[in-house]
Design a protein around this ligand. Sequence first.
Ligand code: FAD
Ligand code: EPU
Length: 283
Amino acid sequence: MMLAALSGWTTLGVGGPADEMVFPETVDDAAAVVRRCAASGLPWRALGKGSNLLVDDAGVRGVVINTQRLRDISVAPDGRVRAGAGVATSVLMRRTMDGGLGGLECLVGYPATVGGAARMNAGGRWGETGARIEDVVAIDAAGEIVTVSAADCAFGYRHSALGRMLVVEVGFRLPQVDVAAYRLRISEIHREKAAAQPLKEPSAGCVFRNPVGASAGRLIDQAGLKGRAVGGAMVSNVHGNFIVNRGGAAATDVLRLIDTMREAVLRSSGIELRTEVEIWRRG
Ligand code: FAD
Ligand code: EPU
């Protein structure tokens, strides 16, 4: 299928088209797509909610594999949960809570899919996704279906060994909780995040990884960059590590602003920031 711009598939709302986007409905479908790409030498990329992505204005070559139809979910009373890669983390939280299960505080406050959260080991102060994962079913570069244990996922800070694979299903092990107390805790975390981050504006979350022992947001704030804009892209006035699209931003605006932020922080603190958002380019 020839496609409209990827801007519509990302939370930041920038980026050109992919040559092709596919929506596998089963694990076998997904494996067949990867095998086709491997056989024809076409690059492929996985797309979840697009909430950690900056897609260049020229778009990307090859096939974007949108996981949104991989949305089966099963919740067992013993706390074992299996979820398709395309299940929204909000749905995962609701369904597991209905089953008396908790332990997903780390997923509050941002849109994600199960596959994207596993790949990024998403989280923060309230824990990380990888800590709740038992195993991951993925398609490897050759198109084979493989099961990867949590240990082999090598989860670290916004890192996993799943980068070269397509995650299709994730197995979680979650604790039984007092649901009323858990629900309260979730809304407290949400309140805290909404006060500290621009959750209602289009963004891709934090732009930069935190350097060891420091906060990128604070460094950007101290460099006086809050409110700095390039075209439609602006450093959030709420949190220095968020770039928001204040309307009509192009990827080039965002990329130029990223360079400005990196240079300013290097000048003011001597620290070189590294991006956390994944940047997709055509080349
Ligand atoms: P995408 O953005 O679609 O993809 C991200 C990367 O994962 C890409 O490289 C993509 O190719 C890969 N990927 C996606 N799906 C798969 C798959 N099935 N198999 C293999 N690779 C895959 N992140 C945090 O960690 N903590 C936060 O507190 C946080 N707060 C945020 C707040 C806001 C307002 C926003 C917009 C984002 C925030 N983020 C945060 C970033 C983002 O939400 C997470 O990184 C999230 O896990 C990305 O999930 P996704 O499904 O949107 O992945
Ligand atoms: N701060 C400032 N100015 C700012 C932003 C932050 O002074 O503009 C200060 C805060 O007051 C606080 C410190 O910096 O004292 C740390 O800030 P915060 O608690 O907001 O955490 P963070 O390090 O900025 C990290 C993650 C977030 C995650 C939060 C909460 C990274 C890069 N960021 O932010 O993750 O939501 O902790 O757990 O690791 C993301 O990855 O996209 C993301 C948003």
